[in-house]
Design a protein around this ligand. Structure first.
Ligand code: AHG
Ligand code: MN
Ligand code: MN
Length: 302
């Protein structure tokens, strides 16, 4: 059977031409970011982002690629990124595109997998929006292969880069039940008995540990293997944890729900949370439905 290229897949998929154009531009951004890993310095840029986090050269370059492509796309009127301050209006309409251009950049110097996370909305401000308003979410995964996980709210599909083009490699990915866990922020166990109890449950039930330290490869793995749970709770002075609702949690949650899984902050669905600030963070428990329900049950015990 002939292989299906991303462009062809989108054009046959009854998706608005503007959205197709934005997704294709994003696939070019991913391709260029993947290429840059081969040549660009893995070290620090000597600057900080708006969160006071030290930027890597590749954080800056990935953001520049995202920003350039989105500014030039006639269908994009608003952009936001983890590496930019606030939201930025640009010349175009009607789409609003937000990104963590390089998630897991601290893993680059040790050659672990990293990714780019993107959410696409139709709005003139992200403030007040909910993850459920996303029209699509697109995630680039840079491992031994470069892949894309895509949902335009018609299931989740994987595309693989080969000879400068992305081809459909897996269609309609589904997450069901199975014992695999990726427990983030275990520092919380010092202060949270509920998270410690949950962790003990997974260990005693002999779940398989699969944790890379990168949210993108960890969640990509759950979606591809079709089972498991990823967690990143907060504690004490950081009750909302580290991960950002707009740039990281909401796009990954849309993929997971579209794959038949769930995503919660411990109480509410991630996709139902209204964004009050661009920088907003959220705890996240994301994976199969039963695993997310178990997290909610354990975390409401204390
Ligand atoms: P960043 O975009 O700043 O590189 O964040 C990486 C994230 C995520 O990918 C991962 O799951 C988490 O940080 C790990 O955080 P710890 O620092 O707590 O290990
Ligand atoms: Mn990140
Ligand atoms: Mn980042």
């Amino acid at each position: 059977m002939a292989e299906i290229a991303l462009k062809q897949y989108l054009e046959n998929g009854d998706i608005d031409e503007g959205l197709v154009s934005v997704i294709l531009d994003l696939s070019s951004v991913f391709e260029k970011i993947a290429q840059s890993f081969k040549t660009v310095d893995t070290g620090k840029a000597g600057s900080q982002n708006v969160y006071g986090e030290e930027q890597k050269v590749l954080d800056v370059l990935s953001n520049d690629l995202f920003e350039d492509y989105m500014r030039k796309n006639q269908y994009v009127g608003l952009i936001a990124s983890e590496e930019l301050d606030g939201e930025i209006k640009v010349d175009g309409s009607p789409y609003a595109v937000c990104s963590d251009p390089l998630d897991g950049s601290s893993l680059i110097d040790v050659n672990l997998s990293v990714g780019t996370i993107v959410g696409i909305y139709k709005t003139d401000t992200f403030i007040g929006s909910k993850g459920r308003d996303q029209l699509a979410s697109v995630v680039g995964v840079y491992g031994p292969r470069t892949t894309i996980l895509l949902t335009a709210k018609k299931g989740v599909h994987e595309f693989t880069l080969r000879d400068g083009q992305f081809f459909l490699s897996k269609e309609n990915l589904k997450v069901v039940e199975g014992k695999m866990f990726a427990p983030g922020n275990l520092r919380a166990c010092k202060y949270r008995q509920d998270y410690t109890d949950l962790l003990n449950f997974w260990v005693k039930e002999q779940y398989t540990l699969r944790y890379s330290g990168g949210m993108v490869p960890d969640i990509n793995q759950i979606i591809l293997k079709g089972k498991g749970i990823f967690s990143y709770p907060g504690y004490e002075d950081y009750p909302d944890g580290k991960l950002r609702l707009l740039f990281e949690c909401a796009p990954m949650a849309l993929l997971m729900e579209q794959a038949g899984g769930a995503a919660s902050d411990g109480i509410n669905k991630i996709l139902d949370k209204e964004l009050s600030s661009i920088e907003q963070r959220s705890p996240i428990f994301i994976g199969s439905k039963a695993e997310v329900a178990r997290c909610e049950e354990y975390l409401s015990r204390t």
